[in-house]
Design a protein around this ligand. Sequence first.
Ligand SMILES: *[C@@H]1O[C@H](CO)[C@@H](O)[C@H](O)[C@H]1NC(C)=O
Length: 303
Amino acid sequence: NMQPLERVYREIAILKKLDHRNVVKLVEVLDDPDEDGLHMAFELMTKGPVMEVPTDDPLTEDQARFYFRDVVLGTEYLHYHKIIHRDIKPSNLLLGDDGHVKIADFGVSNEFEGADALLSSTAGTPAFMAPEMISEQQQGFSGKALDVWAMGVTLFCFVFGECPFYDEYVVSLHNKIKNDPVEFPETPQVSSELKDLITKMLDKNPATRILIPEIKLHPWVTENSSNPLPLEEEHCTAVEVTDEEVQNSVKLIPSLSAVILVKSMLRKRSFSNPFECQGRRAERSMSAPGDRCSGDHLSCCCC
Ligand SMILES: *[C@@H]1O[C@H](CO)[C@@H](O)[C@H](O)[C@H]1NC(C)=O
């Protein structure tokens, strides 16, 4: 059997090869020998999260459907590769330049074997945790069903701008998640199909909770079958990794601080605010109007 470290490297090699319109691309995984843990560098999504929660300005049902369909496909793709996300929420759904949502922030060591994960540890964001994760008699629970619950909370947030269960105290929050039925606010008014879907995703019993294949066929999602989603085999292709890719999955770097500097410089460059200080900019614009610092001009990073 594989050594634990070998497993992690294999998993990282797979994560790096994931390629889907609705999943943020993992660019590199860096190991700083001076520190514990790995650093994961994801593709930069400058438009940020699809929405903030809470908000007084939630999405319309049509917008919510558009983004939710992206989330369904992205999650199906992760599950297909035996990855449970465990922290699906609006702030982890980033807008791409193509206007579609990509799922971000999937981590290492959520990979499972067989048909589904049997998880026992608690992780994630409290308001998005499924009831079975916070029950007293913690047993193993289905990983896929956890993600479906969090997608249900997310869909509720999309249209109502707030979470279905909320309390500033964790114990009360847990009690609400475990015991309270979902209540839909009076405004904004939403269709009964949408309420039906959310209710089925927020089924407190993970054994009867709706599954992704059924979500994909739900009339709210498909607009009464007029807008079907692609089948799993139409948008999921298995990722193969070679031994070499496993060996080279993590880059060892002499000093992470150098990488952080490079990253923050690249980040600044991608917002139209190159690394120039005020005086320099004025000076530059006099000598060469419109000429911006490019990556070759690292010397002008003077601030
Ligand atoms: C689906 O059909 C029902 C019943 O005919 C209708 O009330 C509803 O508006 C339709 N939903 C969509 C999203 O088209």
